[in-house]
Design a protein. Sequence first.
Length: 198
Amino acid sequence: MIKLITQAFRQKIIWIVVCGVFYPLAMTAVIQLAFPDKANGSLVMRDGKLVGSELMAQQFTGAKYFWPRPSAATYGTGPSGIAGSSGSNFGPTSAQLQTNVRGNAKALRDAAKLPADAPVPADLVYASASGLDPHISPAAALFQVGRVAAARGMPEDKVRALVEQHVEPPQWGFLGEARVNVLLLNLALDAADAKKSG
């Protein structure tokens, strides 16, 4: 009996070490070698400075930037400064959800100088489930072209071309929908604006 218990204990220790130490270290090493950018959070650097991650939404304000989806998680930068995600968890009959959607739609229409009944892309008025979604639909990006172009004094067709260049197809061609990464689009917009000014 003691011999069986000893063997079982040894096996347990061996598999804890193999599965809990060696395997994670080996996988980390392989991923770091094969996909270092993705393994480290898909960080975006500009002029040697960290400006964000391709995987997390950031709040952009002001007329000269494309705006992301609304976030119930304040884009992962809560009062404590610790990144976190959450949805609003408002149901379809929630009065607060209806108030938020109306307010978001009004802000978008006002910024674009559109009539009060003009249609607005759904992903610009409803928060994402995580509050960290870095993408908007191509329709949501194109909806904002006029406002952004006017604020920057750029031709609308040039801004629209930037949007079209940043449309990412569905993953592997069939998973999900086409999308636009707001951070990457805004960085390209800043670069194009700087080139125009320079």
